[in-house]
Design a protein around this ligand. Structure first.
Ligand code: 13P
Ligand code: SF4
Length: 322
């Protein structure tokens, strides 16, 4: 099957009921569909598992099905492959990358590590397998604080690649980790001014902020946390209105689990759009997912020589975040 473009470029009969077809193919192939909260609503709706990066890694580690379709971005597919080397891991579009992972090339990190001898290397899960192979412990936004706090106070740490998450963890733990200067293009472009305007229009609304956002946003937040933490806060807090500063896909699950509450997407600073999408996450569509299952392509692969080295820090994360 031709996947030159990074996805199966085959026409899809417009009369097909894609939801039914995907569910049928999934059963036929013994596949499970995993989806990150930033996926399109229709994909989250048919996924077997939805979650944040931490939940998806935890689930992947235990999956028994022979085929995993990762509806997320490439590093999530790689993490699943590293945890399940014997399984076929598919992704609807291999072009679903990540600006944050791109901000930390393995060769540059290797040099950075050499310049900081004696440091424990902690990497956010939003990294390539090659970067994970240089890492001592992987973290997600859902467990970074807990893992850093579990290390001795005088431990010297390199933290990468997200400078905003790193600064946030330094702030809440009182550590002074050396930070890699990387960022996510989606989370960095929320507009503080537009959020403050929304807050004036909705004075009762609580502000939910992902730690990949810049510090001024974190400072005005009622809650800073991973997508799963923000979702949990929205479900359990007594507020009825929330301004949500993370990728807008999360609003689907927030609205589904709290139909009577109002969720307002925080706007970016560079357009007239009301919400902020990750263009990589949104590359996965129902058509590509259908073709991916039908043709069992494209597959996520990880170089055999990286498998073991990339797995060690992920296992350490899973162990430390139990
Ligand atoms: P979490 O899934 O850890 O909230 O991270 C968000 C993210 O940017 C994933 O790409
Ligand atoms: Fe990467 Fe940012 Fe997209 Fe998450 S939202 S996948 S960190 S570019």
């Amino acid at each position: 099957m031709n996947v030159e473009k990074g996805y199966v470029d085959a026409p899809v009969d417009p009369s097909l009921n894609l939801k039914e077809e995907i569910l049928r193919l999934k059963k036929e192939k013994g596949a499970v569909i995993m989806a990150h909260y930033y996926q399109r609503g229709e994909i989250q709706e048919i996924a077997d598992y939805i979650g944040d990066s931490l939940a998806l890694a935890r689930i992947a580690a235990k999956i028994e099905a022979p085929v995993i379709v990762m509806c997320g971005v490439h590093f999530m597919g790689e993490t699943a492959k590293v945890l399940c080397p014997g399984k076929k891991v598919l992704i609807p579009d291999l072009n679903a990358g990540c600006s944050l992972a791109d901000s930390c090339p393995a060769d540059k990190l290797e040099q950075f590590i050499k310049e900081h001898p004696g440091h424990t290397v902690i990497s956010y899960v939003n990294t390539t397998a090659a970067v994970k192979a240089l890492t001592d412990i992987v973290v997600t936004s859902g467990n970074a604080r807990k893992i850093v706090e579990a290390l001795p106070e005088d431990e010297k740490i390199i933290f990468g690649p997200d400078r905003n998450l790193g600064n946030y963890i330094n702030g809440v733990t009182g550590r002074s980790m050396v930070l890699w200067d990387g960022a996510c293009h989606v989370h960095e472009k929320f507009s503080l001014e537009k959020i403050m305007e929304l807050k004036q229009q909705h004075p009762q609304a609580k502000i939910l902020v992902h730690p990949e956002c810049k510090k001024p946003l974190q400072m005005i937040a009622d809650k800073v946390g991973s997508t799963a933490v923000l979702l949990d806060f929205a479900r359990t807090d007594s507020a009825e209105e929330f301004i949500v500063a993370t990728e807008s896909g999360i609003l689907f699950e927030m609205q589904r689990s709290c139909p009577d509450k109002l969720f307002i997407p925080a706007p970016p600073n560079d357009s007239t759009c009301a919400c902020n999408d990750c263009s990589y996450m949104k590359l996965n569509t129902m058509e590509k997912l259908y073709n991916c299952l039908l043709h069992e392509a494209p597959e996520v692969t990880v170089a055999p020589e990286l498998m073991e080295a990339a797995r060690r820090p992920i296992d350490r994360m899973l162990e430390m975040s139990k």
